[in-house]
Write a protein that binds this ligand. Structure first.
Ligand code: BDR
Ligand code: CA
Length: 317
C-alpha cells in the first residue's frame, strides 16, 4: 500500500476523505494531522478522532496543529460545515485524546520513519504543511508527492477567484508551492464535480455498518455539492476526491503548469493563478524575483470512476 498522511480540517468532506483512506486497501494511512479551517482546531481534532473511531481505525495517530493561519486572522466556515464543523449530525465525542506531540512534530516523525516515501494529502488550509517545510525542510527527501485539495483554475468559492483552503492561508499555500517536491493540485474545478447519486446516498444511510452509514449521513449534508440538478439527494465527495487521485491518478487529467498564489491585498488575494497559455517558454518561468513553480494541475476528472472507487472502498467493511 501507498504510505499516506492526511492533513485536514474535519470538516464534512474531510471526514469522507478519512473514511475512504482508512478503508481503501491500497493506502496505508500512517497519521492524520489537524489544522484550523472548517472549524477551530480543537473541534477539528475532536471530529477527526470520532470519525476514525467510527471508521474502525481508532489507532491511527492524530495530532493537533496550527490554531491560526500564518498571517490572516481566524475565520469560520460554520455556514458551510455547521456549528461543530461536521454538519451538526450529532456525532459522539471521541473516546481518546490526540497524540502528545504537535502536528509538525508528528508529520516529521512519520515522514522520516516511513520505509517508503510518503504521499502527503492536505485537504485543508496549508498552515501545518508550511510550518513543517520551514521547520524541518529535510522531510522533503522522504516525500513522494503532495496532492493537495485547494486552489482553482477557473472560479473560486470563498471569493469570486479564491478557493477556501488557499484563501484561508495564502502565505502557507505559497510556501507549499515552492517546496521543491512534486505537487498535484486537486482544485475546485474537479473537486465540485464528483457527486454520488442520491440512490447510493440512500443505500449508505440505510447501512447497518457504522462507517458506511456515516458516509451516507455526511453525503446528505452535501458540503461539496453546488448544483446537483434534478437529483436533490446526491452528494459530493469533496476532499475525498484528492485521496481518490492518489489511489487512481489515471482518474484525473493533469497538466504540468506554472502556478502562483496571489498574496496581494484586495480582491485577488488567495487566487491561484494558473498559466494555461500554450507553451509558456522557459524564460517565462522566472519573472523578476518571482519564481513560478510547475504543478500538476487537475483539469478534468472521470466522475463515474471516482464515484465507483469511493463507494467500493467505503462499503467494503
Ligand atoms: C475546501 O474547503 C473546505 O470547506 C472543504 O473541506 C474543502 O477542503 C473546499 O474549498
Ligand atoms: Ca477540508
Amino acid at each position: 500500500p501507498i504510505p499516506v498522511i492526511i492533513d485536514c480540517d474535519t470538516g464534512v468532506d474531510d471526514a469522507l476523505a478519512l473514511l475512504f483512506a482508512v478503508r481503501h486497501p491500497g493506502l496505508d494511512l500512517r497519521a492524520v494531522t489537524c489544522v484550523a479551517g472548517n472549524t477551530d482546531v480543537d473541534g477539528v481534532v475532536r471530529n477527526t478522532l470520532t470519525v476514525l473511531e467510527q471508521a474502525g481505525a481508532p489507532d491511527i495517530p492524530v495530532a493537533r496543529g496550527a490554531a491560526l493561519p500564518l498571517i490572516e486572522p481566524a475565520r469560520s466556515a460554520r455556514h458551510v460545515h455547521g456549528e461543530d464543523g461536521m454538519g451538526d449530525i450529532g456525532l459522539p465525542a471521541p473516546t481518546r485524546a490526540p497524540a502528545d506531540v504537535d502536528a509538525v512534530t508528528l508529520l516529521r516523525r512519520e515522514i522520516l520513519a516511513s520505509p517508503r516515501p510518503v504521499t502527503l494529502i492536505p485537504t485543508a488550509p496549508l498552515t501545518n504543511i508550511a510550518l513543517l517545510l520551514r521547520t524541518h525542510p529535510e522531510v522533503t527527501r522522504n516525500i513522494e508527492r503532495i496532492v493537495f485539495m485547494g486552489g482553482a483554475v477557473a472560479c473560486g468559492n470563498a471569493t469570486p477567484v479564491a478557493e477556501f483552503n488557499v484563501w484561508h492561508d495564502p502565505e502557507a499555500a505559497a510556501i507549499l508551492l515552492t517546496a521543491g517536491v512534486p505537487i498535484t493540485m486537486y482544485g475546485l474545478d474537479v473537486f465540485q464535480r464528483v457527486v454520488v447519486p442520491g440512490a447510493d446516498v440512500r443505500r449508505l444511510r440505510a447501512s447497518a455498518e457504522p462507517g458506511a452509514r456515516l458516509a451516507g449521513e455526511l453525503l446528505s449534508h452535501r458540503p461539496a455539492t453546488p448544483d446537483v440538478g434534478a437529483d436533490s439527494e446526491a452528494g459530493g465527495i469533496g476532499d475525498a476526491g484528492a485521496v481518490c487521485a492518489v489511489v487512481d491518478p489515471a482518474g484525473i487529467t493533469t497538466r504540468l503548469l506554472p502556478v502562483e498564489v496571489s498574496l496581494a491585498p484586495g480582491p485577488t488575494r488567495g487566487q491561484t493563478i494558473v498559466d494555461r497559455r500554450p507553451r509558456p517558454g522557459e524564460s517565462e518561468i522566472h519573472i523578476g524575483d518571482r519564481e513560478r513553480h510547475l504543478v500538476d494541475v487537475a483539469l478534468d476528472v472521470d466522475v463515474d470512476r471516482f464515484v465507483k472507487l469511493y463507494l467500493t472502498a467505503v462499503e467494503r467493511a
